[in-house]
Design a protein around this ligand. Structure first.
Ligand SMILES: [Zn+2]
Length: 316
């Protein structure tokens, strides 16, 4: 057995590599986040939120006593009167999925089509933001996505054979043709456009026909196959408002479990053209001075943080 020959170091190549590294280092950095970045062991936390939840596989065959149960009915989560997770599985629940550990406690998800047991109630997950601790809200979103994916991938999409759960990764497999089905994740891009008009800064906000009356937000849309996120940012803005943009700057990202998107948020500068809202997608797109803002999305959403990162914190 011979060792592969190691090529001598090419000084030219090394210099180029060094330059590359330098140019990457000199890129402008993203704007400061409005929350502290996690540090220390929390960096291992895949949610990057420092809340101590670690997804894990494979799970035990059966749930431990006093596990935490995320029980869903559609997009509603079962909680006790104290707005805490139940620690036993309600009768009639099905589709149990092991999620991981919260501290030392097992976390499982399941579904219940019957009414909530006595002393417990279903709460729509979206409406729980701010009413339960952040870790519970984030965990609820994760559990909801996994439970929904598991429920809707019981059969192979190619040959309709019942699928089985894989042991060591979050996947369902077809035992006949070998296709694997992973939890779906749809990347979406949001852009807050800025400009200076008559010497004062403005932001562009849009109204989708689905928004509550009077509410506006930053423009957003899904990334399509074959696109980079940046390309999607330019395309979405052009399609939905007819505006050109430049100077995209990454802000932050947020998983959004309704049903399975990952929102990547940017700011950008206005680079020309007149507003032409895309019919049916955008009811209105308008420039707003910072002191004349309309009603904004709630604090649970990255759009609110993105807007406030430019205009400063707003009262509700
Ligand atoms: Zn198959």
């Amino acid at each position: 057995m011979t060792t592969p020959e190691i090529p001598p170091t090419d000084p030219q190549l090394s210099a180029e590599r060094l330059l590359e590294t330098e140019s990457v280092r000199s890129q402008p950095t993203a704007p400061a986040l409005l929350r502290p970045e996690p540090s220390g062991p929390d960096l291992l936390d895949p949610f990057s939120n420092g809340y101590g939840f670690f997804p894990g596989l494979p799970g035990p065959e059966q749930a431990a006593q006093q596990a935490l149960w995320l029980v869903f009915s559609r997009d509603s989560l079962l909680l006790t009167e104290e707005l805490e997770l139940p620690t036993t599985l309600p009768e009639g629940a099905e589709g149990e999925v092991y999620l991981g550990l919260q501290g030392e406690r097992e976390v499982w998800a399941a579904r219940l089509t019957a009414d909530a047991p006595e002393g417990q109630k279903f709460f729509r997950l979206r409406g729980l933001y701010g009413r339960v601790p952040d870790w519970l809200w984030v965990l609820g979103g994760y559990g909801y996505q996994i439970a929904e994916w598991d429920r809707t991938h019981q059969f192979c999409g190619f040959d309709a054979t019942p699928t089985v759960r894989a042991d060591h990764e979050r996947a369902r497999r077809c035992p006949k043709c070998g296709l694997s089905f992973y939890p779906r994740l749809a990347p979406a891009v949001m852009v807050l456009l800025t400009r200076v008009h008559e010497g004062r800064p403005q932001i562009l906000l849009c109204r989708s026909p689905q928004f509550p009356p009077g509410m506006y937000s930053a423009n957003a849309g899904f990334v399509e196959p074959g696109e980079t996120v940046e390309h999607a940012a330019h395309r979405e803005m052009k399609e939905e408002t007819n505006l050109d943009i430049r100077g995209l700057k990454y802000f932050d990202s947020q998983p959004w479990p309704f049903p399975h998107s990952l929102m990547l948020a940017y700011t950008a500068e206005y680079a020309g053209s007149e507003i032409v809202p895309q019919p049916e997608e955008i009811e209105e797109a308008r420039w707003f001075f910072h002191d004349e803002l309309p009603s904004l999305p709630g604090r649970a959403s990255i759009s609110r943080r993105l807007i406030e990162s430019v205009v400063g914190e707003r009262p509700d």
